[in-house]
Design a protein around this ligand. Structure first.
Ligand code: ADP
Length: 477
């Protein structure tokens, strides 16, 4: 298989996306060309008094139909053509399209007058397109072949070995050209083609070089970002130790290990402990984000998201109970299926969402976890009748450090980092998360929020799902 792809681009998804998009664009453009050709025939015949000969009409219709057919076939097979440089790939499809188009154009030019054809300039258009997508040597070869065939054709027509098919009606007289005109025309045509390829190829090469530079810069930036995250992790970790130690000393004092503590001092110490907890919480969030950014430690394995959800709810069971929050888990799936995910990261995401339910649903509230199938995805809806999220904050709650105005006003402790982390984890696993408020189960005082996550199933393995159940947590209202 001819290698048409520059080495650096072979593993570069954006490069292939561009080629595939361009192929589709060519296909659409070709449908337009098919229509334009018919329009040219009809307008020429009926409005402009061109007198197409029956050979010309048959030839143009034949070429037009052929274009339609090969375009339809290419259109159909395009999505199936891959991006493996060693096999027939999207680049080969571009080349194939160009060759078909040039053949069709050559025939069309021949049947509309060759040297007198109004459409021979489309060769230039093809040379520009070819230069933008194909390696230089290939475009020069194609350009050489086109010039060669065109030159031979006009020469043979000039000495009347091959018949001419100029369009009657465009010229007042039969266009008869002296050989000097033919030679001059050919030289100008050749010059135009070669200069076009030279310039377009040069521009294309520069563009490719720039793209390569950008890609290298992006890689350097990614490496720098990783180094920065490692540095942050190191520094933050260092800060964590003294805070933890101070907190443990405060704990010792509060537990009266160093003798009885005055009530006023105790109150201050409790504040210190609370503040230390907040700082530790923030540090842990930052550490988790840095780890996620590095993503070197991800370890995907097959796992059941429904099971993980139950574990996370179980871990918070006491807190739900102490606030008298009624928790319901609905699983409407017929089968239990696995997803492919890093268990630690996924646990971090789900437990963050469950923790928010404990935090933002007031005493006596309700939380529902609905697990269902959404095509090849598992879908989890977390619906509550808690404080809800004001409309203007909805689009920002996944931003780092963003906290909705009502949660700040009502003095809920938090860092605004949890949901950004959750989103990053879910998207890293090919999934999606959305939020709505009101949730549909709340009221005007407590509109509630609804978070929906979807994660693609691991398609290989499937196992029977245990009984689908409605499971209220013990102790719920
Ligand atoms: P944190 O809870 O630490 O502030 P998060 O990133 O987890 O940070 O959440 C961001 C913001 O989204 C919260 O500050 C809160 O305003 C809002 N939020 C998250 N979950 C809920 C919920 N279940 N109900 C109402 N608001 C929520």
């Amino acid at each position: 298989m001819i290698l048409l792809v520059p080495g650096w681009a072979a593993d570069y998804p954006e490069f292939w996306n561009t080629i595939r998009r361009r192929n589709l664009w060519f296909i659409k453009l070709r449908y337009l060309a098919v229509i334009s050709l018919i329009a040219f025939l009809l307008i020429g015949e009926f409005l402009l008094d061109f007198s197409f000969t029956s050979t010309q009409i048959q030839a143009i219709i034949f070429i037009d139909l052929s274009m339609l057919i090969y375009n339809g076939i290419i259109h159909y097979y395009r999505p199936k053509v891959g991006i493996n440089p060693a096999k027939f790939n999207a680049m080969h499809l571009s080349l194939l399209q160009m060759l078909f188009d040039l053949a069709a154009l050559m025939l069309l030019v021949y049947f509309t007058g060759t040297i007198d054809s109004p459409i021979y300039v489309f060769f230039i258009f093809h040379m520009v397109i070819g230069s933008l997508i194909l390696p230089g040597i290939m475009v020069y070869t194609i350009c050489g072949i086109v010039i060669g065939i065109f030159g031979i054709l006009i020469f043979l027509q000039n000495i009347s070995v091959v018949s001419s098919h100029y369009i009657v009606g465009i010229y007042s007289d039969t266009p008869a050209h002296p050989i000097t005109y033919v030679v001059l025309f050919f030289l100008v045509f050749t010059g135009m083609m070669v200069i076009t390829v030279l310039i377009a190829n040069r521009i294309a090469k520069n563009l490719l070089r720039r793209e390569e530079q950008l890609r290298t810069t992006l890689e350097i930036l990614n490496e720098a970002e990783k180094a920065k995250q490692k540095y942050i992790m190191g520094v933050v970790h260092e800060i964590k130790s003294p805070i933890s130690v101070s907190k443990s000393f405060v704990d010792l004092i509060l537990q009266n290990y160093l003798g009885p503590v005055d009530e006023a001092v105790k109150e201050k110490l409790l504040r210190i402990r609370e503040r230390s907890d907040e700082a530790l919480h923030l540090i842990n969030d930052i550490l988790k984000i840095s780890r996620l950014k590095l993503l070197e430690s991800t370890n995907p394995e097959k796992m059941y998201l429904g099971d993980l959800l139950e574990e996370c709810i179980d871990a918070k069971r006491e807190e739900f109970e102490s606030k008298n929050i009624k928790v319901l888990v609905y699983d409407t799936r017929k089968k239990k299926r696995t997803i492919m995910a890093d268990k630690d990261l996924m646990e971090l995401a789900v437990s963050n969402l469950v923790s928010n339910e404990v935090k933002y649903v007031p005493e006596g509230g309700n939380v529902q976890f609905n697990v269902s199938d959404a095509g090849d995805n598992v879908k989890i809806e977390i619906v509550d009748d808690g404080i809800g999220i004001p409309e203007k904050d909805l689009s920002h709650v996944f931003d780092q450090f963003y906290r909705a105005v009502n949660s700040r006003r009502q003095k809920f402790e938090g860092t605004g980092l949890g949901l950004s982390l959750v989103k990053e984890i879910i998207e890293h696993h090919g999934g999606n998360i959305t939020v709505e408020s009101p949730s549909g189960i709340g009221n005007t005082d407590r509109p509630g929020a609804k978070f929906t996550i979807t994660i693609p199933y691991h398609l290989e393995e499937e196992s029977e799902k245990e009984e689908s159940t409605l499971k209220p947590l013990e102790g719920g209202l």
